[in-house]
Ligand binder design. Structure first.
Ligand code: GLN
Length: 454
């Protein structure tokens, strides 16, 4: 009993969950028993799943890790979470994240940072970031608190936390998973996807999250393939592209070594490997940090103190005062920074210089990928330029934080499926992830290459 209590305390110290709902997971487990007895087991019968607290869950507080939505209890269920419940899964709780999914370390959450269960092998006890924004998801899976969780990825928020914690995660093609009922950050980039320990678990989860939804105008009207059934690590006849622009000067040699080891693994699996060029790569990060805040500033206009969650109504205050007080109080510093950047780049005098220019860059990035996929089936690159960094290390310097997304954002801007799989441990004993980027709709190619590496 003592060991159990210590484990529970240790698990709670990770701060991975904002709300725990064990009764829902238990109900699913009981339903699974009944299904088994009746011979009607479903794909995820009884599987306890962590739900990133960006998905609206009917009757369960949904906060986007913000003070703005503290106490907000939706009366509707996101399409993706509903699909998981329909497949028999049960919700273990709502997982912590960066506030409104803005961040790369889970340190912008109103509900406190999440800890990675990993430690460096130097004998020290330094607290490490689980990555972000899906840091509750990555930490909970890495710590074995749940076998799978949902994530969302706008500019790397599934892949980077997966890489930091030694698990797998896939962002499918933009439009595969419905955005309906997911708190919007940057709508042209936001995409849900699964995080889990193995590629196979990701495939099973994704099959039960994806699918056409008339409630999302950008939802793809395509059948959901049986990705799990077609999983194969035999890559004979496949060509893997290595983008030369991702070989950053001065990058940690452990990252390069992992990349080379990954190339060797894919060759062993039968693939041919070629160098490719994505010439506009260096413009992806600046374009992302214009487009994402621009869309965020528009999406977050709805938090006005009237429609959702928080309302600050100072004595004798008028409507404008209520807006100002609520938004000043409800949004954290990073969210405010994004709104400021977003409204600036959308303002009349600067629109063409920033927003229009960034959209042009986005098109060039997408064309780079199209051209490259003329010569290869999937692209292999690191997920992030470093292993997990220490808590607090980058919080004072937003640009250093943004730079961690350098390898993740190009696939987001192009709407392509991309996955991170654990590939190596660095000299400090921390996990590193390799990223596989695929052609639009080719999640299978991405999963299969991932399988050859894990
Ligand atoms: N780290 C990126 C950002 O802060 C990506 C976040 C995400 O994908 N939700 O915008």
């Amino acid at each position: 009993a003592e060991a159990f209590s210590a484990n529970v305390a240790g698990a709670k110290a990770l701060n991975a969950f904002i709300v725990e709902t064990p009764e829902l997971a238990l109900a699913a487990a009981k339903a699974a028993d009944a299904d088994r007895a009746a011979g009607t087991l479903k794909a995820l019968s009884g599987v306890p799943i962590g739900m990133k607290d960006l998905f609206a869950t009917n009757g369960v507080q949904t906060t986007a890790a913000s003070h703005m939505l503290e106490g907000f209890v939706p009366r509707y269920e996101s399409t993706v979470s509903q699909k998981l419940w329909d497949a028999g899964a049960g919700m273990l709780g709502k997982l912590n994240l960066d506030q409104f999914a803005m961040g790369s370390s889970n340190e912008t959450s109103y509900f406190g940072n999440v800890l990675s269960p990993w430690k460096r092998n130097d004998g020290g006890n330094a607290a490490l970031a689980p990555g972000g924004s899906s840091g509750g998801s990555s930490s909970a899976i890495a710590a074995r608190l749940c076998p799978a969780a949902t994530g969302t990825d706008t500019g790397g928020s599934i892949r980077q936390p997966a890489a930091f914690t030694g698990i797998s995660g896939i962002k499918p093609t933009y439009g595969r998973c419905s955005r309906w009922g997911i708190v919007a950050f940057a709508s042209s980039l936001d995409q849900a996807g699964p995080m889990a320990r193995t590629v196979q678990d990701c495939a099973i989860m994704l099959e039960n999250m994806a699918g056409f939804d008339p409630k999302d105008a950008t939802s793809l009207n395509l059948p959901v393939p049986d990705w799990e059934a077609a999983l194969s690590s035999d890559l004979k006849g496949k060509t893997v592209g290595i983008p030369k622009e991702y070989r950053l000067e001065g990058i940690d040699p452990d990252i390069d070594a992992m990349w080379d080891a990954g190339i060797a693994m894919l060759k062993d699996a039968g693939a041919a490997v070629v160098e490719i060029s994505l010439p506009h790569t260096k413009y992806a990060l600046p374009a992302y940090y214009i487009i994402a805040p621009a869309e965020a500033s528009s999406n977050l206009a709805r938090y006005d103190g009237v429609r959702y969650g928080l309302r600050d109504l100072p004595d004798g205050a008028g409507l404008q005062d209520m807006y100002a007080a609520t938004r000043a109080d409800g949004f954290g510093p990073e969210v405010k920074r994004r709104i400021m950047i977003g409204t600036y780049v959308l303002s009349a005098g600067f629109y063409d210089a920033y927003y229009t220019q960034a959209q042009k860059v986005r098109t060039l990035i997408a064309r780079d990928f199209e051209a490259a996929f003329g010569a290869c089936d999937v692209i292999l690159a690191p997920t992030a330029p470093s292993a997990a960094f220490g808590l607090g290390e980058k919080m004072a310097d937003p640009l250093a934080m943004y730079l961690n997304d350098v390898f993740a954002v190009p696939a987001s801007l192009a709407g392509l499926p991309a996955m991170s799989v654990p590939a190596a441990l660095n000299r400090e004993g921390l996990p590193l992830g390799l990223q596989i980027i695929g052609k639009a709709f080719d999640e299978q190619g991405v999963l299969n290459a991932g399988l050859a590496i894990e």
